[in-house]
Design a protein around this ligand. Structure first.
Ligand code: ZN
Length: 241
């Protein structure tokens, strides 16, 4: 039986590597993206670039790449008052959460992805969330995703499997995984064309890619790339790779 997967693909570093991971494992892989009025909307353009360049960069992997789906979630932006959806400062709240936290974002994404997966007959949903060096977002936690798998499976009365290949990898290991999956060309694609910067800055090129260089997402990516260069082996967990 053909295994079909749907990847939550934002155009960021993590979801790009998650997409490559899915392409290495499933017969047919579709992607879904969400437009919720995010400040770093430039990442939506990066999605197209990455999908367009994949056949040249990773011909074997890209043979399994199916259609892309773009969903308009303007309502999420409308009800969120965060630094990701408003022109406000990126800082930490009293609760210890960054102001970039969009409450319920991954829960909503997963619910829409599951509805789409149902229609597309995809049993597997892949997302690049990570608990290792995440920014404190509670909807990135392993327990959250496992609970969503149960809830969605019950609510749709169909078995859905949620895969989180990066859950226990740090950013350095994510770079290493990209290289393990598609060699230097895939790693170069991740560096050059995936987007992390919360401010949507693609005017400054660093060795780790484009970004303002100072927002939390840029700092995480820069630190991860430096650590990757220091120790470039994919030493991520073997149980889910
Ligand atoms: Zn930045």
């Amino acid at each position: 039986m053909t295994s079909r997967a749907l990847v939550l693909f934002s155009g960021g570093q993590d979801s790009t590597v998650a997409l490559a991971w899915a392409l290495a494992r499933f017969d047919s892989v579709e992607t879904v993206g969400f437009d919720y009025g995010q400040r770093h909307r430039v990442e939506l353009a990066c999605r197209d670039t990455i999908r367009d360049r994949l056949p040249a960069v990773a011909p074997e992997l890209s043979k399994r790449l199916g259609p892309d789906h773009m969903l308009d979630l303007a309502a999420l932006g409308a009800i969120s008052d965060t630094a990701l959806t408003r022109d406000s400062e990126i800082a930490f709240t009293d609760a210890g959460l960054p102001t970039t936290f969009v409450p319920g974002r991954n829960l909503i994404f997963l619910t829409f992805a599951a509805a789409l997966a149902y229609r597309r007959h995809a049993r597997h949903i892949v997302l690049g969330v990570c608990e290792t060096d995440y920014s404190g977002y509670p909807d990135c936690r392993d327990d959250t995703i496992k609970a969503m798998q149960v809830a969605l499976g019950l609510g749709l009365d169909r078995r859905l499997v949620l895969h989180t290949p990066l859950m226990w990898r740090d950013k350095a290991q994510t770079f290493a995984l990209a290289r393990a999956l598609g060699g230097q060309p895939l790693l170069d694609l991740v560096v050059e064309d995936s987007h992390s910067c919360y401010l949507g800055d693609r005017t400054k090129r660093h060795d780790w890619g484009y970004g303002c260089g100072t927002c939390p997402a840029c700092e995480l990516r820069a630190r991860g790339y430096a650590a990757y260069l220091y120790s470039p082996d994919d030493s991520g967990p073997s149980h889910d790779s």
